[in-house]
Design a protein around this ligand. Structure first.
Ligand code: PA5
Length: 425
């Protein structure tokens, strides 16, 4: 499903020489002995998810669509947003889906809310609000605002059928509100943290609404789970990647990882990766800071720094071996002097750019580069890919000797904000 290569003269050899480092991390993860093991619900999820719940998600989507709804407003932030947005853009195309699924709760921008309100004015829309805690301010205030708009549009009786709540199974303000109002709810297991929750209704409900086959997606995670539980690093790409990153960090002082993609449909996947790695690794003054670029756009801006600037980073490239759909034609006048590209597809040109960039960055500038080639754009491959990163980041966290599954730093601004806003608890 994916091909993995390392572009660096020595790293592959160093990984094999240091493979004993993986043993303890492997044991901590798979035998659930490591720190944070109470949050490992995602690890077995591909093998033991509740099929009835998956069917219920698809059923609810069908019911809503049968009511004439063609647009979904998804409200959530962080782990309650990034996974579904990444999956939808990757599988459906970031431009295709624009007018069918909107996202709110990711900011408190007056202008954004107003624009969204205008967009929704002439649409038949429903809401899916997602918050594990049920208390996150950004989605909570967006939910209050858009729920009232929808109420004005359709009235109390119809509103009930047009709101779906994804939250804790029994506690929290949102769960309480949903129960009182009779909104359909789907739950997020206690032992699955936000950034791992794309496997649950958090990711699955919006994905299903977008027409994604969520069972196939889960099948991909199952396949990955099996492959990446192998303790032999030579046959475990996720372990190679995790150990390679760790060695670059600990031995070569590479403190920054650039997720490099060549397609705007991957932009949100990079955002999802940034949350996964930042929240998992960035603690106790340790970790590799994740950032991202989208080429060709950023070759014309950040490209200068990457080629010539301070080499504190390495790249992890994700590239889709895309079918050729769009071709350049011959032009009799040839005023733009582009006939040398006659009959070339955009996909082929993108591939040439990729190879030229690898040559310039990895060979000329000696920037280590992990290359992940994705063979097909489908549900199974996506599930497989996301699970590859789940395993990599967990092993990576254990190599760094931190808890990869908590995120204490995220709470600090919330405390200050709620105090300033005068929240009464
Ligand atoms: O990883 C995390 O836990 C956070 O990024 C959360 O996903 C984010 O803060 C949203 O939290 P909640 O789903 O409780 O609203």
């Amino acid at each position: 499903m994916i091909d993995f290569k390392i572009k660096d003269s020595n790293l592959e050899k160093e990984i094999i020489e240091n493979k004993n480092l993986i043993e303890q991390a492997h044991d901590s993860l798979w035998n659930k002995k490591g720190i944070g093991n109470e949050m490992l619900g995602w690890l077995d999820f591909p093998d033991n998810f509740n099929l009835n719940e998956v069917n219920e998600i698809n059923e609810k989507v069908k019911k809503i669509k049968n009511l004439g709804i063609d647009t979904l407003l998804v409200i959530g932030i962080g782990g309650s947003y990034l996974g579904s947005k990444a999956a939808i853009d990757f599988l459906k195309g970031s431009l295709n889906i624009d007018e069918k699924i909107y996202f709110a709760g990711i900011n408190v921008s007056d202008s954004y809310i107003k624009q969204l309100e205008n967009k929704l004015k002439n649409k038949n829309w429903a809401i899916c609000v997602i918050s594990k805690s049920g208390t996150t301010l950004e989605p909570a205030i967006s939910f209050r605002y858009f729920k009232n708009l929808l109420l004005k549009k359709v009235g109390e009786t119809k509103l009930k059928d047009l709101i779906v709540v994804v939250t804790d199974k029994e506690k929290g303000i949102l769960k309480n509100l949903a129960d009182i109002k009779g909104y359909q709810t789907f739950s997020i297991p206690d032992d699955i943290g936000g950034r791992f929750s794309v496997l649950t209704a958090v990711g699955l409900f919006p994905m299903s609404f977008a027409g994604i086959d969520i069972l196939k997606f889960l099948e991909g995670t199952k396949k990955a789970r099996k492959e990446f539980s192998n303790n032999d690093i030579k046959n475990n790409l996720a372990y190679k990647y995790a150990l390679g990153r760790f060695l670059l960090f600990s031995k070569r002082k590479k403190v920054l990882e650039i997720f490099t993609t060549y397609d705007p449909d991957f932009m949100m996947l990079s955002e999802w990766l940034k949350q996964l790695f930042a929240e998992s690794e960035g603690k106790n003054n340790k970790g590799i800071f994740p950032t991202s670029v989208t080429y060709s756009r950023d070759l014309h801006s950040l490209g200068q720094f990457i080629q010539d600037g301070n080499k504190v980073f390495f790249e992890t490239t994700l590239f889709l071996l895309e079918d050729k759909k769009v071709f350049l034609n011959n032009d009799v006048e040839n005023l733009d002097k582009l006939n040398y590209l006659n009959k070339k597809s955009f996909a082929e040109i993108n591939r040439v750019i990729l190879n030229s960039v690898i040559e310039s960055h990895a060979n000329n500038a000696k920037i280590p580069n992990f290359l992940i080639f994705i063979n097909e754009r489908n549900e199974e491959t996506l599930g497989y890919l996301l699970f590859f990163f789940f395993i990599s980041v967990s092993i990576s966290g254990y190599l760094l000797r931190i808890n990869p599954f908590d995120q204490p730093g995220v709470e600090i601004y919330k405390k200050n904000m709620f105090t300033s806003l005068g929240k009464i608890s």
